[in-house]
Design a protein around this ligand. Structure first.
Ligand SMILES: NC(=O)c1ccc[n+]([C@@H]2O[C@H](COP(=O)([O-])OP(=O)(O)OC[C@H]3O[C@@H](n4cnc5c(N)ncnc54)[C@H](O)[C@@H]3O)[C@@H](O)[C@H]2O)c1
Ligand SMILES: N[C@H](CO)Cc1c[nH]c[nH+]1
Ligand SMILES: [Zn+2]
Length: 455
């Protein structure tokens, strides 16, 4: 384990937005599939262009090439959804997760306002989006929880039409637990298509899958690149990609817990685990724990976690917790886990992160499932400007302007002056067409009007 310190630590945790690391295995697969060394972006561009041009036929071809057998129907049938079953324990866990995520988002203030006052009325209307596409990753693990953590905030926002896209398994089917979760959520439109081809279908629309107003949900680098490329054609909530966790720990932390939390995210292939500690001794203990726990993982999880640890893990020794927090704010992790003696005392200095997990009982894996806030969080440094999935992602705001005549007389002249300063005479005249001559009169330098208008 290479321990980084001082300015090297700053350099190592500084990154450009969404520079998604590309595992070697992914590049090798691309070369094998396409017979040439394309970048993931070039692959995605090809797929999107094909979906746009050939619709469902392209979806079938890419699904056969990348995921499983060629699908006859792209939609999961109503019979399949009704017939899906899971164990009673899993069913109860799905219900608990839905209830807890729903209860959390029902607390999010997401209403508009319309203030009737001396100005007349000014305000914001808040409306749910009409049709939203939820992407549920399913390449390596069928992320049942991601369906819940993306669709529930959309439902709380009031979105009437939610469709789901998720890659089929090798048997050509969608995992039954995803279907049970969808049934519990009352979602009936589920499509067996994943990756960039799913994002293309949701953005452009095909005969089977109507275009949506916004696509939400995380995915691997192909999904993230595709979402970035279709933005504008449709909305996207943000660019949540391969997961990352920064654990900030002091000498009070239990090395077993630190290692467990790092490995929990490392088992998402392509993940970036980061450990920042103020105790060299703890770093050494975590290394031993990490090796032991890694070897004890079953396959294929061990291989995925080993790849993340070997290729992307960063271990940093900070001078003190202030420097640790500074480095964390610089890195802007998706998850920040505080395993220190007094974690609550650090919260006020956390500036950039998707989520903060405080103390030994709030492990990030709990947040992945049943804590309440959505686990769909910004990655790749995008926590500098983006937020976890939430109700606001599924609403739009409409500004309301309803001023009265007295207000127009008071502020209109300043508007006309600004319009003329911009050289936009028709704007000025549109304002003045409702003002009487007296109000329009202004001193040559406009100062009287400005005083009247802006006080
Ligand atoms: N940030 C978050 O909030 C969050 C939440 C959940 C999951 N995730 C991340 O989502 C990701 C899920 O990844 P996944 O791969 O398991 O599932 P995925 O569904 O995102 O991707 C699988 C799809 O990728 C496409 N694909 C795979 N290899 C390809 C290739 N060589 N060329 C073109 N397309 C290819 C295939 O179409 C496949 O359907 C993980 O990285 C995980 O960390 C992030
Ligand atoms: N940790 C992942 C990204 O935040 C989400 C997830 C879903 N299931 C398990 N984990
Ligand atoms: Zn996880």
């Amino acid at each position: 384990m290479q321990v980084i310190e001082g300015s090297d630590a700053r350099a190592s945790l500084t990154r450009s937005f969404n520079e998604i690391p590309v595992p070697d295995s992914v590049l090798a697969r691309i070369e094998k599939m396409f017979g040439e060394a394309l970048t993931p972006q070039q692959v995605v561009e090809r797929i999107l262009a094909d979906v746009r041009e050939r619709g469902d036929d392209a979806l079938r071809d890419w699904t056969e090439r990348l995921d499983g057998p060629r699908p006859a129907a792209l939609a999961v049938s109503a019979e399949e959804i009704v017939a899906a079953t899971v164990t009673p324990e899993l069913h109860a866990a799905i219900r608990l997760a839905i209830a807890r995520v729903r209860a959390f988002y029902q607390q999010q203030p997401a209403h508009g306002f319309l203030n009737h006052g001396p100005d007349g009325a000014l305000g914001q209307l808040v409306r749910p989006l009409g049709r939203v596409g939820v992407y549920v990753p399913g390449g390596l693990a069928p992320l049942i929880s991601t369906l819940i953590h993306t669709a529930v905030p959309a439902q709380v926002a009031g979105v009437p039409d939610i469709v789901v896209a998720t890659p089929p398994g090798k048997d050509g089917r969608v995992n039954p637990a995803i279907l049970v979760a969808a049934r519990e959520l009352g979602i009936a439109d589920i499509f067996k298509v994943g990756g960039a081809q799913a994002i293309g279908a949701l953005a452009y629309g095909t005969a089977s899958i109507g275009a949506v107003d916004k696509i939400a949900g995380p995915g691997n680098l192909f999904v993230v690149i595709a979402k970035r490329l279709v933005y504008g054609q449709t909305g996207i909530e943000s660019l949540p990609g391969p997961t990352e966790t920064l654990v900030l720990a002091d000498d009070s932390a239990d090395a077993r817990h630190v290692a467990a939390d790092l490995l929990a995210q490392a088992e998402h292939l392509g993940a970036e685990p980061v450990l920042v500690s103020v105790s060299r001794e703890l770093l050494m203990k975590v290394q031993a724990e990490l090796n032991g726990q890694l070897e004890a993982l079953p396959e294929p999880n061990r291989t995925w976690a080993r790849d993340s640890v070997a290729s992307r893990m960063k271990v940093v020794l900070a001078a003190d917790l202030d420097e640790g927090l500074e480095l964390s704010n610089l890195y802007a992790p998706e998850h920040l886990c505080l395993l220190t003696r007094d974690p609550w005392s650090l919260l006020g200095r956390v500036q950039r992160a998707g989520g903060v997990f405080i103390g030994e009982y709030s492990m990030e894996a709990l947040g992945d499932y049943v804590a309440g806030p959505s686990h769909v969080m910004p990655t790749g440094g995008t926590a500098r400007f983006a937020s976890p999935v939430n109700v606001r992602d599924f609403q739009n705001i409409i500004s309301v302007v309803g001023v009265n005549e007295a207000t127009l007389r008071r502020i209109g002249p300043a508007g006309a002056i600004l319009a003329r300063a911009e050289g936009l005479e028709a704007h000025a005249r549109a304002i003045e067409s409702r003002l009487d001559e007296d109000t329009r009169i202004q001193e040559p330098d406009g100062s009287k009007i400005l005083r009247e208008g802006l006080t």
